[in-house]
Design a protein around this ligand. Structure first.
Ligand code: HGY
Ligand code: MN
Ligand code: MN
Length: 396
């Protein structure tokens, strides 16, 4: 499965992945998913929001056990973030067949579309639409860097954007969703465990800071006459790090767009995207407010206009204790509980159905990078743990 999936959307120079929603690479990943499903006699289905499902048994019977993740990536992402959960889901199904386990409930492997929000800026579009956390109207407003709207992109990929919307009926037929994911941190490396269980997801969001100044000549404009938005942006980036450090949170400006982006031109506009996350909502609010204040103060000093727009937000997720502890018992208490600052579809869906997550050890903790890696032994341990969990939840 890895061998077939690995080359899809991988950049030759960086070896990173660029599997963005509704692009050719996304379409190839979807073909891969369908092939894996049909090779196992699982019934392939694409729902109104473009999420893929591979069913064993009749979904209408209800109380289904579903496991899966996403196949899309961040720019130059790693091979494991997302795909490890989908490959492990199919491999765990294979393991259950090998064990002769008999399903007593409907079972499915799922691929949720556009989890990373790399193209349209909003995380977990497929699961948010399905859970009713993203309205069709708001989804229609999403644009990529070239101004292509989400509906246009879906249409170009052969999907009907008119169909998107809440799918609570589908969710009502699911009794448990378990997502296996490569750990995006080093807790398991430090504890010496191959597999862990998620306790919570930090609240986190994305805010766009627009600094509007005055374009001018880099060589002839006196410093005193400038309204340079790059200065306001630079000060804000440093303020974000200061405020996060003070609060025990994290804050990152990882994406910036400059207009006109000329070496010898003072910019007219600098757009910076803040990703900030914290252990609790109050801390996150404090950090973001402090960064906004620092941006305002500096923009005023620079004669620059500032606008801040929140583009994505996910509240804290505390995974339900019943399913979490049932999974803990199915793994004989061997898997430690750990929190995470990374968002996941299991987090989005936790508001509608019981969800849980398994993490697989990542020796370096590096993620959202081509260097992301997990050892094969640990990946196998993840598959076997997932099989134990699925057997306990859905089989006799
Ligand atoms: O950004 C995240 O937390 C996740 O990788 N979408
Ligand atoms: Mn990710
Ligand atoms: Mn992920």
């Amino acid at each position: 499965m890895w061998t077939r999936l690995a080359p899809i959307g991988r950049e030759p120079e960086t070896r990173g992945y660029r599997r963005y929603a509704w692009t050719g690479a996304d379409a190839e990943c979807r073909v891969w998913f369908r092939e894996q499903a049909e090779a196992r006699g699982l019934v392939h289905e694409i729902d109104r929001n473009g999420n893929q499902w591979a069913w064993h048994g009749d979904p209408a019977a209800g109380d289904a056990v579903v496991t899966g993740s996403h196949l899309d990536s961040v720019p130059d992402g790693g091979a494991f973030d997302g795909p490890l959960g989908v490959v492990s889901a199919f491999a765990a199904f294979d393991e259950l067949r090998r064990r002769g386990a008999e399903f007593t409930k409907p079972f499915a492997v799922s691929n949720f579309g556009d989890e990373e929000g790399a193209r349209f800026g909003l995380a977990c579009v497929g699961s948010r639409l399905t859970a009713g956390q993203l309205t069709k109207e708001r989804a229609y407003e999403l644009r990529d860097g070239d101004g292509v709207s989400l509906p246009q992109a879906m249409e170009a990929a052969g999907y009907d954007p008119e169909a998107i919307g809440p799918d609570l009926e589908r969710l009502s037929r699911i009794g448990a969703f378990v997502e296996l994911h490569v750990e995006q941190g080093r807790a398991l490396d430090l504890s010496g465990d191959p597999v862990g269980i998620a306790s919570a997801i930090w609240p986190h969001g994305r805010w766009r800071f627009d600094f509007r100044g005055e374009a001018n000549h880099a060589g002839t404009t006196r410093l005193a006459d400038r309204r340079d938005p790059m200065l306001s942006y630079a000060e804000t980036v440093l303020a974000a790090r200061r405020e996060a450090e003070l609060a025990g949170a994290v804050a990152t400006f990882g994406k910036v767009a400059v207009e006109p982006n000329g070496v010898n031109a003072i910019p007219s506009l600098v757009r910076g995207w803040l990703d900030s996350r914290a252990p609790d909502q109050a801390t996150l609010d404090t950090v973001v407010a402090a960064v906004e204040q620092a941006a305002k103060d500096r923009a005023q000093r620079d004669g620059v206009d500032l606008a801040v727009v929140r583009e994505s937000f996910t509240p804290v997720v505390e995974f339900g204790h019943a399913l979490r502890d049932e999974i803990g018992a199915l793994l004989d208490g061997r898997a430690p509980l750990l929190g995470t600052g990374a968002g996941h579809d299991a987090g989005i869906l936790s508001g509608a159905i019981p969800t849980a997550m398994l993490f697989v050890r990542n020796p370096t903790g590096i993620s959202h990078s081509p260097a992301e890696h997990a050892a094969e032994d640990d990946c196998v341990a993840g598959v076997l743990a997932l099989a134990d969990v699925l057997e306990g939840l859905a089989c006799r």
